[in-house]
Design a protein around this ligand. Structure first.
Ligand code: ZN
Length: 138
């Protein structure tokens, strides 16, 4: 049996590498999540950077994280506070997934997209190539 997912992944990675050598503007560099634990809470100190980078509503992004981490979360200025101890790697993974599912254009790889909602369906519309593709925003 072939492994189409792996193939897809390596193809996607090759694509990303190509794009990034051509123009660094086409790639979002995710900041490292700054995580601290206070009691049973996790504070993501630089939360605000992520929705800003994605150009998405901070509340929406937080809802996504809370859902994926199966916990409650709230925004406190630049920070986000999560109930329970979550590690940096989980945030990194989720932000990457969010980017892949909701931000990056699957056609040209540009992160310059915005969300359009039509009859309750979400689409990311690419401002670089004009492609419209499904988004999995919650
Ligand atoms: Zn595009």
């Amino acid at each position: 049996m072939s492994r189409p997912y792996d193939e897809l992944l390596s193809r996607a990675q090759t694509g990303i590498q190509k794009i990034s050598t051509k123009s660094s503007l086409n790639r979002l560099e995710l900041p490292e999540p700054q995580v601290i634990w206070v009691g049973k809470k996790t504070i993501l100190r630089n939360y605000a950077e992520f929705p800003k980078l994605f150009r998405r509503d901070p509340d929406r992004v937080l809802m996504y994280l809370a859902k994926e981490l199966a916990t409650a979360a709230s925004i406190d200025g630049e920070r986000a506070i999560f109930i329970g101890r979550k590690d940096k790697a989980s945030f990194m993974q989720l932000f990457q997934k969010y980017m892949q599912d909701n931000v990056t254009c699957p056609v040209c790889g540009s992160p310059d997209t915005h969300i359009e909602t039509v009859s309750r369906l979400h689409f990311r519309v690419c401002e670089a190539c004009g492609a419209r593709s499904a988004a999995k925003v919650n």
